[in-house]
Design a protein around this ligand. Sequence first.
Ligand SMILES: Nc1nc2c(ncn2[C@@H]2O[C@H](COP(=O)(O)OP(=O)(O)OP(=O)(O)O)[C@@H](O)[C@H]2O)c(=O)[nH]1
Ligand SMILES: [Mg+2]
Ligand SMILES: [Zn+2]
Length: 301
Amino acid sequence: MEGTVVKSTGKYSLVKLIDGKVVTTSLKGKMRLQKSRETHVVAVGDKVTLEKRNDDWIIEDILPRRNQLNRKATKLSRSVHVVAANIDQILIIASAKNPKTPLGFIDRVTATAESYSIPSILIINKIDLLDSDEDVEKWTNIGRLYQDIGFEVIPASIYDTESMEKVLEILRGRETLVTGQSGVGKSSIINAIDPVLNIKTSVVSNFNEKGKHTTTFAEMHKLSFGGHVIDTPGVRSFGLIEIDRRFLSHYFPEMEALLGQCKYYDCTHLDEPGCKVKEMVDRGEIAESRYMSYLSMYYEG
Ligand SMILES: Nc1nc2c(ncn2[C@@H]2O[C@H](COP(=O)(O)OP(=O)(O)OP(=O)(O)O)[C@@H](O)[C@H]2O)c(=O)[nH]1
Ligand SMILES: [Mg+2]
Ligand SMILES: [Zn+2]
């Protein structure tokens, strides 16, 4: 029997069988003991083979992954958490207000996605809350900044049908991972697009409070119009992993485009003479915020 992991809490995973039935499963003993840097053996999106023994469903094997998105279990730890496997695209939800998403967060996610060669789309949500011309202009410019780099950007609000329809078209028929900080509206957007889902959401009152996450485990939902979304718990930060910092600029498309134009072939774009990247930053052709993100990721890893 084959199925897809739709939720995984570690010991138990929910697996959707081919006939649509969702069953609780546990891992075959030898798989649990697998020596791995991964904190969970199976991830949402995994295709697995399973067997029914008495009344229990046991996962026998994980079929080869097309791709997987990892993040560090904790900032300093060596172990990784596989957020999801077998995805077509990443929907990055930023929020213009309440809570305001820092650009550094967006840059970390896009760079991570680029490093896995997974396309990412940026949703700037809650634009209905922008109440001054300055703020509207500021976020319009931010949107343009990412568009100019080549990302698809959708300014959105769950109260604006037109923007939700645009998001729907992006999700239709694809396997999408939805990510973003807690309270930005990930679950709300999915609900707005496919109201039959009715995923739990909650008011952002104490979104800074530790551990206050409405969605607590990544979960895959089937969309009524085709495709699946994986709703994830809000992440505080998005630790880059397995990116050799020598190649970090390859994951900033506007820097990658300049590859080979620096004086030194192995230029790190920090302080070498004849650096084309820095020249473009000085000329305002590369956004200062992007370069700052690059530096921060370079030094932090
Ligand atoms: N004004 C406004 N509020 C929104 C919008 N989208 C979501 N919200 C509100 O933001 C709050 C948090 O939304 P959630 O969907 O629970 O956020 P989340 O990203 O899933 O949060 P976690 O599950 O904790 O990661 C809820 O009160 C939503 O009603 C929007 O476009 N405009
Ligand atoms: Mg949620
Ligand atoms: Zn350089």
